[in-house]
Design a protein around this ligand. Structure first.
Ligand code: NDP
Length: 330
């Protein structure tokens, strides 16, 4: 039967941290066994996220050897019998957890959800982690209001694309930044009102000019190290700096007394802490599915790579060559 799992599987194993050379394509990895609270899924689309590069380089630590990968879509093979809510073999699902760069994953049931019929598996996989990041950022890190001026960095990227679409739907004014001219069109398509180019435009000057000198109500900064101080300059009095990524490296320690000049609120959220319970995950995942099925929110898939080309995919992502979501097929 198609839901019968093999004994070994293909996957990407890393035994030590480093460059893309540590990503080893294996064809004889042992099949994971679902423990209590897990569902064995045969993955069909595997999502690549920037965080995968942090676990590869060692910026974030995790035990090695490790199979990277935080999300995939696929078909349920066998849920552990005590798993609740119950999944059936053959269910089409998307999950968030670990060890996704493989043919099969024992996924946490609490962050596995059935994909609505109207949404394709690649779209569900492309949307789940980055879409939920953007949703939770705009509802919990800074509850964006209609008319707010907001600054989004890397607006043609994965999370950036979702942020721009959500902010447009909320009636906010988005000022976006991108790394080069070619990315301007995509940031506009994503819904940003004004797009500025890194290294060319005076970002602080333009933000001040566009906001009558006040600055923006919120900055969503995924770039980290290179942009933190600049983002602080762009925030309005009583505004929020949501620093949620390290694409250029980790933000250096800083003195909190810097915040008092404008009573700035700083948040440094992690998606997993917004969706750690079944209720939280369902709430945001169902909201995201509704946005995709009924409200014209779109995924933008940069490329679907074969699993064995994972090194090229990481190089493209870290080399700022991508616009949208990177997927792999096992
Ligand atoms: P992106 O598609 O945004 O790719 C990264 C982009 O960052 C690049 O395309 C580039 O865009 C920009 N960038 C700016 N400076 C650099 C640099 N020095 N090196 C590389 N890229 C740079 O990736 P994702 O959507 O997967 O992730 C975006 C960010 O959000 C990451 O930092 C990630 O860690 C973070 N994140 C955080 C989560 C959380 O829970 N806190 C959850 C999900 C993502 P450009 O050329 O246009 O500047």
């Amino acid at each position: 039967a198609s839901t019968q799992a093999a004994k070994t599987m293909k996957g990407i194993l890393i035994e030590k941290t480093g460059g893309t050379e540590v990503l080893q394509y294996k064809t004889d990895l042992p099949l994971p066994e679902p423990k209590e609270g897990e569902v064995l899924v045969k993955n069909d689309f595997i999502g690549i996220n920037y965080i995968d590069t942090y676990f590869r380089t060692g910026l974030y630590t995790s035990p090695k050897p490790e199979i990277l990968g935080k999300e995939a879509s696929g078909i349920v093979v066998s849920p552990h019998q005590t798993t609740s809510p119950s999944f059936q073999p053959g269910d089409r699902v998307v999950w968030m957890g670990g060890s996704g760069y493989a043919e099969y994953t024992a996924a946490p049931a609490v962050r596995t959800i059935k994909i609505p019929d109207s949404i394709s598996s690649p779209d569900a996989c492309a949307a789940i982690l980055q879409g939920l990041t953007a949703l939770t950022l705009t509802e919990e890190a800074h509850a964006v209001k209609k008319g707010d001026w907001v600054l989004v960095l890397a607006a043609s990227g994965g999370v950036g694309g979702w942020l721009c679409q959500i902010l447009q739907a909320k009636g906010a004014h988005t000022i976006a930044t991108v790394g080069n001219e070619a990315k301007v069109v995509v940031a506009k398509e994503n819904g940003s009102e004004i797009v500025l180019v890194e290294g060319k435009d005076n970002i602080v000057g333009k933000v001040k000019e566009l906001t009558g000198g006040a600055g923006v109500a919120a900055v969503f900064d995924s770039v980290g190290k290179d942009t933190f101080d600049r983002s602080l300059e762009c925030v309005a009095r009583k505004g929020t700096l949501a620093s949620f990524g390290n694409s250029s490296g980790a933000v250096a320690p800083f003195s909190i007394s810097k915040l008092s000049a404008k009573n700035v609120r700083i948040v440094r959220p992690s998606l997993f802490n917004y969706i750690s319970t079944r209720d939280e995950f369902d709430h945001y995942a169902n909201k995201l599915f509704k946005m995709m099925a009924e409200e014209h929110f779109k995924t933008r898939i940069h490329e679907t790579y074969p699993l064995k080309d994972v090194a090229r995919a990481h190089d493209d992502l870290e080399g700022r060559k991508t616009m949208g979501k990177l997927l792999m097929t096992p």
